[in-house]
Design a protein around this ligand. Structure first.
Ligand SMILES: [Zn+2]
Length: 237
């Protein structure tokens, strides 16, 4: 188990191309990490992995636990080794992300953060399960469900990718949330921290795993799909 390694299955670019079919078993993914984020088969909801359990927040807002024989199209995972950083109180999203970004000279590295505690406001979204022929990620994201909650306790799990890797991942921050009582979560659009603890983990290594036996991926013509950056911006941020 290498805690310096960030492992990713498939890429954001593949999702922007509408390659939503599950191409990795949950049981296989969890060999590469116990903590992470991703999306479900057919873009079925937002995934957050905590302590080796893969939670799926669907577009109805329900939270399910995915099973070992479920398939996922995209995920980023690591073995947790988060180091305590600081307490954060009464801060907006922008203030909090700026504080996280300013704590270490890691702008050219991949790193992860966790914020655990109380949030006075949380706005999330979850994408809806799509059926074939799949649309683009941007089209699917226009079909998302959004959820808001005030005074919620839980865990926000985020990843930072250097801008150079926008396309492989989401350049900048990408973060999901799960409430402690497992009745609320998703891909975070906005939040306000009430009182939370920040911890962070930096990675020296990135392992990119491709869906190497999936015909849709193998035959997709990325030369005809050249607006990945704007699609990621519109779909994920
Ligand atoms: Zn997300």
């Amino acid at each position: 188990m290498n805690q310096n390694l960030l492992y990713q299955h498939s890429t954001l670019a593949d999702l922007t191309a509408g390659l939503f079919s599950g191409t990795m078993l949950v049981s296989e993914l969890l060999k590469h990490g116990d903590t992470g984020i991703g999306t479900g088969d057919g873009l079925d909801g937002e995934l957050i992995i905590l302590n080796g359990t893969l939670y799926q927040v669907t577009s109805t807002g329900a939270v399910n636990v995915l099973q070992p024989d479920d398939q996922i199209p995209f995920a980023t995972v690591n073995f947790a080794n988060y180091q305590p950083e600081t307490a954060i109180q009464e801060q907006t999203r922008d203030e909090t992300l700026a504080q996280i970004a300013g704590r270490h000279p890691w702008q050219n590295l991949f790193y992860s953060f966790q914020l655990t505690g109380k949030f006075s406001y949380m706005k999330t979204r979850s994408v809806k399960k799509q059926s074939k022929p799949y649309p683009t990620l941007e089209q699917a994201a226009n079909d998302q469900a959004t959820f808001e909650k005030y005074d919620v306790t839980g865990t926000m799990l985020g990843y930072y990718a250097p801008q150079l890797y926008n396309g492989v991942a989401v350049g900048g921050f990408h973060y999901h949330f799960l409430a402690d009582d497992h009745d609320f979560g998703g891909h975070v659009l906005d939040f306000t921290v009430a009182d939370a603890k920040l911890s962070m983990q930096v990675f020296t290594d990135l392992q990119e795993h491709f869906p190497a036996t999936n015909p849709e991926f193998l035959n997709f013509d990325f030369a005809k799909h050249n607006d990945v950056a704007s699609q990621i911006k519109n779909a994920e941020q």
